[in-house]
Ligand binder design. Structure first.
Ligand code: UD1
Ligand code: CA
Length: 433
């Protein structure tokens, strides 16, 4: 595909009041990334000239986009004087003769789905689909087989409201059409907004050609509410998991698994039911057992769970982490931590065993401190390691010990216990049996 033939404009300046949120609509995330990210990702595959129109929370929107992409143009809409999707196009200037305009709330779009707009020589190509429940969408009024106009829900008559053919919100225009009609738009409508969709009726009245392109709902549905957001997320989840299963990842009951867009897998991996893997986690040749949560972590040649929690910046290699173990910001290489532990701000080296109930006490209420555990250390059950602390190689920590010394030297045993007392027949006396 020749990327240089078409310019793309993405409208992302609106508030999105139907989201009932203080956050701009396009910044709401599905599968861990902002809606806008997905639209730009698809756009990049077909164009090098991408403009994002911003206004509401413009700094936050620009920052989010720039964290993923570095060659995007930003244009600010004068949303006070020229609100609406047509107002958004006022200050836009593009490089190419053909311009694809996308609403910023269509995260399910992909490059292949946009292909139909590129091979059509009409003055305007617009996307339409049929919906049994067209609520919220602009209705497409067709006369004698030709698009006549688009009527927004709030402006529609009773008869128009019953039309089930809707405007999906993606258009290809020639630059000439935009240059001519955007300045002519008026805001004489129920919302007092400048509607981009009015370009279509104006162009038709002048005898220009408008091609309706029938598109599928799965790729072209818009997100206006939190309910729509969840529906879109489910569709995106399905795509992400399908992609990884096709790449060789084994998933059990995939409908119960949640995997974010930034996650990657390599080699032979198994993910059991109920797992949640987020952020930029990397899973390499590993087995993630049921109901584990992995956030922004690396897991290599290891097994995790069931019911384990790896919090951000954890790195496991050749390691076994079992049930009810929580790891945070720690590196474990060649380690076994089978049950019920908290390992935070720690590095643990080869051959070391972490017994059940071991806790790194990394926080004193003000600051966090490091725990360093060497090779072949045996940390007995129910021990507390009060950080900052270094346990050198070949050390035994007796069960129930609280290590407060800051350092345990190689070859030693650390033990802190009160002497056990047993009081004969106490039970019988106490319960008067
Ligand atoms: C729009 C269409 C409608 C179509 C629907 C498809 C218009 C007038 N209506 O309606 O026909 O069926 O999309 O999903 O275009 N935006 C701006 N600046 C603004 C207002 C909106 O940039 O002043 C952006 C929003 O951030 C959003 C996009 O434009 O990404 C669409 O805006 P939205 O308010 O959701 O339009 P709809 O009412 O859904
Ligand atoms: Ca919309």
């Amino acid at each position: 595909m020749n990327k240089n033939r078409i310019s793309i404009v993405i409208l992302a300046a609106g508030k999105g009041s139907r989201m009932k949120s203080s956050k701009a609509k396009v910044l709401h995330t599905i599968c861990g990334r902002e809606m806008l990210y997905y639209i730009i990702k698809a756009s990049r595959e077909i164009s090098d000239d991408i403009t994002v129109v911003i206004a509401h929370q413009k700094d936050a929107v620009q920052k989010a986009v720039s964290s993923y992409f570095d060659d995007i143009n930003f244009v600010t809409q004068d949303d006070i004087n020229f609100p609406g999707t047509g107002g958004a196009m006022k200050n836009v200037s593009v490089k190419n003769e053909k311009v694809l305009v996308l609403n910023g709330d269509m995260p399910l779009i992909c490059a292949e789905a946009l292909d139909g707009f590129l091979h059509n020589d009409s003055d305007i190509v617009m996307s339409i689909f049929d919906l049994p429940d067209p609520d919220g969408y602009g209705r497409v009024i067709i006369e004698n087989g030709e698009v006549k106009k688009i009527v927004e829900q709030k402006d529609a008559s009773k008869v128009e409201l019953s039309v089930t053919t809707v405007n999906a919100g993606i258009y290809a225009f020639t630059k000439e059409v935009l240059d001519k009609y955007i300045p002519l738009l008026s805001n004489d409508n129920a919302q007092k907004e400048y509607y981009l969709t009015d370009v279509i009726s104006m162009a038709r009245a002048d005898g220009l050609s408008v091609s309706p392109l029938l598109v599928d709902e799965e790729h072209f549905r818009g997100v206006n509410s939190k309910k729509d957001l969840s529906v879109a997320e489910e569709i995106m989840q399905d795509r992400i998991k399908t992609k990884w299963m096709e790449a060789g990842v084994r998933m059990q009951l995939p409908s119960t698994i949640y995997i974010e867009e930034g996650v990657t897998f390599e080699g032979e991996c198994i993910v059991e039911n109920g797992c949640r893997i987020t952020g930029s986690s990397k899973i390499i040749n590993s087995h993630i057992k049921a109901h584990s949560v992995i956030e922004d972590s690396i897991v290599k040649n290891s097994d995790v769970g069931p019911l384990a929690h790896l919090r951000p910046a954890s790195e496991l290699e050749d390691t076994h982490v079992g049930n009810f173990v929580e790891v945070k910001k720690s590196t474990l290489k060649g380690v076994k931590a089978g049950h019920l532990s908290y390992i935070g701000d720690a590095t643990v080296d080869e051959g070391t065993n972490i017994g059940a109930g071991v806790i790194t006490c990394n926080y004193d209420g003000i600051k966090k401190y490091q725990t360093i555990i060497g090779k072949n250390v045996f940390v007995g059950s129910d021990s507390q390691l009060v950080a900052p602390v270094t346990i050198e190689d070949d050390v035994m920590i007796a069960a129930g010990t609280t290590v407060t010394s800051g350092k345990v030297e190689s070859g030693s045993l650390a033990i802190s216990r009160t002497k056990l007392r047993t009081i004969k027949d106490f039970y019988y006396k106490f319960f008067k049996k």
